[in-house]
Ligand binder design. Structure first.
Ligand code: HQG
Length: 179
């Protein structure tokens, strides 16, 4: 993504996932906010953005982090929130194996408690090993863990897939991890 798009994507992640109050907007229970109010608020807080630029960020974003509603009047982040939202995900049967990228230094803790969601609403899993590796790299020497998602699903754990293809679940106990 070009530099300006990356900056805008980071700014939108901040206000649509974590701190809407920072620019005086509110997001509803499903994570949506009005596009026109968002643009006004961005402008008023030193981050001017045109409608075309917003559309470019939504459609060119490397991870499709944001989505418009059907008529394009509202926008939300597709996952990754720390503010309270219910993204109306439908439970879905996962593929046999999913991957989680983490850093080596977290392994001893993960061995004890499994994967926990921390500040996010879910544990994030990827269908591709390479994607998981890139996720893990953000925190240190990357390690990719295999999650036995089919076994978890058979045991009654629920899985969801966000609009941008990230697999989500509440918690992965250590017994379902191949370290
Ligand atoms: C680790 C990005 C110690 C976990 C990415 C991770 C992803 C534990 C870190 C999305 C642990 C949390 C999410 C335990 C888990 N003990 N550490 N028991 N259980 N951890 O950023 O999964 O750019 O909240 O392994 O691409 O890294 O935001 O989660 O290292 O899709 O769109 O605790 O964020 O997408 O870190 O990344 P994060 P994540 P965006």
């Amino acid at each position: 993504m070009a530099n300006h798009l990356v900056k805008t994507s980071k700014f939108l992640s901040l206000v649509l996932r974590h701190e809407p109050e920072r620019i005086g907007i509110t997001i509803d229970a499903q994570g949506w906010t009005s596009v026109s109010e968002l643009l006004k608020a961005c402008d008023a807080h030193g981050f001017p953005l045109t409608c075309e630029e917003l559309q470019a960020v939504v459609s060119n974003n490397d991870k499709k982090r944001f989505a418009f509603n059907a008529d394009g009047s509202r926008i939300r982040a597709s996952q990754g929130h720390s503010v309270q939202v219910e993204l109306d995900y439908t439970p879905l049967a996962p593929p046999g194996i999913l991957y989680h990228g983490t850093a080596e230094r977290f392994l001893s803790s993960i061995r004890q408690t499994g994967l926990i969601k921390g500040k996010r609403h879910h544990v994030h899993l990827s269908q591709e090993e390479l994607t998981a590796r890139a996720v893990g790299q953000r925190y240190g020497k990357p390690v990719v863990l295999e999650v036995k998602s089919d076994l978890m699903h058979n045991d009654g754990y629920q899985f969801y897939r966000s609009a941008n293809g990230v697999w989500l679940t509440e918690h992965v106990p250590p017994v379902y991890l191949k370290l």
